[in-house]
Design a protein around this ligand. Structure first.
Ligand code: HEM
Length: 368
């Protein structure tokens, strides 16, 4: 192992030692190997990353059949074809937010004006959370990603989010006619054949909310930053909008908001790149490193393997399609609803988020 940077040792913010895998092919092997368990890592003796580790009862903290059962319940809502139906709605939302910004111009903040409110509207819509609750959510969901806040504060807000979801589910249960949203579908599954307990439903909804909100906010701001840093990109996409999806994939690969997976714990000794990861030892995948090291990305487009920004294997991001349509809508919106924009502050003065599990910007000021 010495000198081999594909796998190295590092300390998580929690102080726990972990193996960090930065090689694309090794990363895929580990993320699809059942001997690396999420449930062990998320358990009481597990490998914590920081104070915001997902609950041991969350979908991302389960293995095998238990995980597959939950995933089946929600997968239908997030398929490529179901999500494609939402595209016009998402494009309209982005356009409205940007028109609002344009009316207040000639300067605006693309984070508070677009990157933050768009995913909140969208996730509320998909889950069936009343839109008037979205500000409450923005405050409470963000804290779940905060690695620096006082633990008491985070726990208090998590509890009030749990209370809120419990009461929302109870309210929706009373409704005479079931909605077409995710929570209504889960209530149906829960009530018709007991597939899900009430508590499991609350945990699942919260897991989707927390996984899907800040990750997307940050990815939108990072992708827009890529667009602004090279005005020739914006010109090319304006002239040929069919290039927007590939630009989005490139931004996801090279500038991801999520830079590591959660930890997995080895259930038995496993040989990896000539070294042995012992039973009970933790491994995380360095997504950014694995994406960059992927030589095949340089080769022909047709043989491009998928980047790891949405993970890999059974826990691969449930919301990947949903995130992508929001990124595309954000880019298209900025190119078509605002006059040509440029960064309104020096690139070195950009304010990056600190103490969060995701990478992103606090603010992205542009002028036109
Ligand atoms: C650009 C935005 C996003 C990024 C970069 C991202 C990234 C990821 C990654 C890397 C994982 C796997 C973590 C691991 O294996 O340790 C994951 C899982 C997950 N993501 Fe996302 N995500 C994004 C948006 C979303 C959205 C919009 C939703 C839902 C609405 C969502 C819901 C989930 C869920 C529920 C899981 C756990 C899946 C499972 O355990 O089966 N994510 N995401």
């Amino acid at each position: 192992m010495p000198g081999d940077l594909k796998v190295k040792r590092a300390k998580a913010p929690s102080g726990v030692d972990m193996w960090v895998v930065s090689d694309y092919h090794l990363a895929r092997r580990i993320l699809s190997d059942k001997r690396f368990s999420r449930s062990l890592a998320a358990g009481p003796e597990g490998a914590k990353m920081g104070i915001t580790d997902p609950s041991p009862e969350s979908i991302i903290s389960m293995d095998g059949q238990e995980h597959a059962k939950l995933r089946r319940l929600v997968a239908g809502t997030f398929t490529q074809s179901r999500i494609a139906e939402l595209q016009p709605f998402v494009e309209t939302l982005a356009a409205e937010l940007l028109d609002e910004m344009a009316s207040r111009g000639p300067q605006g903040d693309l984070v508070s004006g677009l990157a933050a409110p768009l995913p909140m509207h969208v996730i509320c819509h998909v889950m069936g959370i009343p839109l008037e609750d979205r500000e409450y959510f923005a405050g409470h969901v963000a804290v779940l990603f905060d690695l620096t806040g006082a633990p008491g504060d985070g726990e208090g807000r998590t509890l009030s989010l749990i209370r809120y979801m419990t009461s929302l589910i109870a309210r929706k249960r009373q409704e005479k006619k079931r909605g077409t949203d995710l929570i209504s579908a889960l209530i149906e599954a829960c009530d018709s054949d007991g597939k899900l307990t009430n508590r499991a439903m609350v945990t699942l909804c919260l897991a989707i909310l927390t996984a899907g909100y800040e990750t997307t906010v940050d990815q939108i701001s990072l992708t827009l930053l890529d667009l602004l840093r090279r005005p020739e990109n914006a010109d090319a996409l304006r002239n040929k909008p069919s290039l927007i999806p590939q630009f989005t994939e490139d931004a996801l690969r090279t500038n991801p908001s999520v830079t590591t997976t959660f930890a997995r714990m080895a259930t038995e000794p496993v040989e990896v790149a000539g070294l042995t990861i012992g039973a009970g030892e933790a491994v995380i995948v360095d997504i950014l490193g694995a994406n960059y090291g992927l030589a095949e990305f340089e080769s022909h487009e047709s043989s491009r393997p998928m980047h790891l920004t949405f993970g890999y294997g059974v826990h691969r991001c449930l919301g990947a399609h949903l995130a992508k349509i929001q990124l595309i809508a954000a880019i298209r919106g900025v190119l078509t609803r605002l006059p040509p924009v440029s960064l309104a502050e020096d690139i070195h003065a950009l304010e990056w988020k600190t103490g969060h599990a995701t990478r992103g910007l606090n603010r992205l000021l542009v002028s036109w």
